[in-house]
Ligand binder design. Structure first.
Ligand SMILES: Cc1cc2nc3c(=O)[nH]c(=O)nc-3n(C[C@H](O)[C@H](O)[C@H](O)COP(=O)(O)OP(=O)(O)OC[C@H]3O[C@@H](n4cnc5c(N)ncnc54)[C@H](O)[C@@H]3O)c2cc1C
Length: 336
């Protein structure tokens, strides 16, 4: 198995069969910088120093034209073909709190959540061990590359892994998930990954913002907060950005969360009602309602958000530039 040396800090790790450089690094406890694991964000970019490399997705959008000119590569889309030396950024913040591992998951149930979002429940051997808000990389039959899906449930001894997934028109993975996968079918999975997990030691009130299927990790975070008895001592505010009224969901799941009715606030925001829809609630972009929905200065909260990259960008700018929220209080996943 190839040994990869990171010239920047002298550390080394082994790349097991089938692993990318990023997965090998994280699996062996190295904090290689990353975010999406899906070729979209560019956070895991590295400089190859010596050795041969195989690129899995040559057109991955996470590499900028400048990166390409400089010969840089994405850790999540590259394998070393033998021993290799690289230069990449690392930090303890990226060391996985739970070592990711590969497993087979069997589909045991589905439930329609909205007209285009469905909950998929899988079962695997052993306990389901992950932190609220993390994600798994799923390998679907006939689909090139893995896809990241956030957990919507919380860790459990029964070995159940739940996801809430939105159907994407023309999307390769979602077509298999929605139209071809049947109860009892098995898929490959690797995880948990992700750094936007619940900070249960934070004393601050929680603010969650979801855009569309960003509902999945936010639900996991709120479920985690409820299970750890955090609601009550802390308040939780959940702003849900939906394109139209028919895209809103969450009220039923939140009503079941111990403590949310007393300590929580749910603010659905509709970008613009579709023709014929009646809506008396908040309208516009979800981030525009953060300032008005929260009773205290924004710098006093712990923020979690997930959804489309433009939503994430708008929230980051609002929090960091306008409201000076420390970066350590901001946790997010962009759904590339
Ligand atoms: C951290 C994270 C968490 C996410 N969580 C959720 C969630 O909880 N629910 C949800 O509905 N969606 C989630 N997504 C989005 C999801 O991963 C998919 O992008 C989405 O379902 C569309 O997939 P598709 O294959 O149907 O569409 P496609 O358009 O076929 O593919 C979309 C994405 O797949 C990747 N991709 C495409 N081609 C390749 C290739 N050849 N090799 C490798 N990768 C490729 C790219 O990242 C691309 O943006 C998440 C994304 C990320 C990054």
């Amino acid at each position: 198995m190839p040994v990869i040396v990171n010239e920047k800090d002298g550390s080394s790790f082994v790349q097991a069969d089938g692993d990318t450089i990023l997965r090998a690094a994280l699996r062996s406890g190295h904090g290689m910088a990353y975010e999406c694991s899906a070729g979209g964000c560019g956070a895991c970019v590295f400089d190859p120093v010596s050795g041969d490399f195989e690129t899995l997705w040559a057109d991955a959008p996470g590499l900028s034209p400048r990166d390409r000119r400089k010969g840089r590569m994405l850790g999540c889309q590259t394998r070393a073909c033998g021993d290799a030396v690289i230069r990449c950024s690392t930090s303890v913040d990226y060391v996985p709190p739970i070592a990711p591992r590969r497993r087979r998951l069997r589909l045991i149930g589905t439930r329609q959540v909205t007209h285009d979002m469905r909950e998929f429940r899988f079962s695997g051997d052993g306990p389901a061990d992950f932190l609220p808000g993390q994600y798994m990389l799923l390998d679907l039959p006939g689909v090139a590359g893995s896809r990241a899906y956030s957990f919507s449930n919380i860790a459990n001894a029964q070995g159940e892994w739940h996801f809430i997934i939105r159907r994407v028109d023309g999307g390769a993975a979602t077509q298999v998930l929605f139209d071809e996968l049947r109860i009892g079918h098995e898929i490959g999975a690797d995880g948990p990954y992700g750094t936007a997990y619940l900070r249960s030691r934070s004393p601050r009130d929680i603010v969650c913002v979801a855009g569309g299927s960003g509902f999945a990790p936010v639900l996991s975070i709120l479920r985690g907060a409820a299970a750890e008895g955090m609601l009550g001592e802390r308040r939780a505010h959940f702003l849900f950005g939906a394109r139209h009224v028919r895209d809103i969901c969450g009220a039923a799941e939140l009503a079941e969360l111990p403590g949310f009715v007393e300590a929580g606030q749910f603010v659905p925001v509709v970008t613009a009602p579709a023709q014929g829809e009646v809506w008396a609630g908040a309208e516009g972009y979800v981030h525009a309602h953060l300032g008005t929905s929260l009773p205290r200065p924004l710098a006093e909260y712990e923020f979690y958000f997930a959804g489309p990259p433009p939503m994430s960008q708008a929230i980051q700018e609002l929090l960091m530039i306008e409201h000076k929220v420390p970066f350590a209080q901001i946790h997010f996943d962009r759904f590339f």
